[in-house]
Design a binder for this molecule. Structure first.
Ligand SMILES: [Zn+2]
Length: 186
């Protein structure tokens, strides 16, 4: 079982490898698949990120099967299903780290800055609007949005209790879609 510090170190090293190496060491082979099927999953982090196709968490952190519990939607916002999924990851899978990974050039943030959207997309842009308030700088808004999701996660009784006990840490980060680098909110 990894600690928060070990989990964060692995993510950082994986991102450096992704951003600067010409290969990805992640394993996706038969043996890993069978081992995980036989012994269950023991991911070392939960990553809540945007559905944007330019933001694939396993690639970004150079990991294969069984390493990350991934929760995705447009804008990495937190609603009841995301909250339940995060509680499951922390309480039942005992991940020591929940990372909210926003990213540069996020369409959900840009759409919110442009006045929001219709249909069910509005539920997302309304939530992003609550996060960014009157801020208009997209880069600042992406951070505000990721940090807002951290705050919503901490409103969970289960997660805040586990964080107070030192069993999980909840943190924001931003992925730069051009450089491949992740900046952690430490
Ligand atoms: Zn996005």
């Amino acid at each position: 079982m990894e600690t928060f510090v070990e989990a964060l170190k692995k993510l950082k090293e994986g991102d450096v490898c992704f951003a600067h190496a010409d290969h990805n060491p992640a394993h996706f082979d038969d043996a890993v698949r069978h081992d995980l099927a036989d012994h269950g999953q023991h991911p070392y982090a939960a990553v809540i990120t945007c559905g944007d196709s330019r933001v694939p968490p396993e690639h970004i952190f150079s990991v294969g099967l069984g390493s990350l519990f991934v929760i995705r939607n447009a804008g990495n916002v937190i609603g009841p299903f995301e909250l339940g999924s995060a509680e499951y990851a922390a309480e039942h899978l005992q991940v020591p780290l929940i990372l909210v990974l926003g990213h540069t050039h996020c369409g959900a943030v840009e759409s919110t800055l442009a006045g929001g959207a219709g249909g069910h997309i509005k539920e997302i842009t309304d939530e992003v609007k609550r996060a960014i308030g009157e801020e208009t700088d997209p880069r600042k808004c992406e951070w505000l949005n990721a940090r807002h999701s951290v705050k919503v996660l901490r409103d969970s009784e289960i997660l805040s209790h586990l964080e107070k006990e030192g069993k999980v840490r909840i943190m924001a980060a931003i992925y730069d879609i051009e450089t491949g680098e992740v900046t952690f909110d430490e």
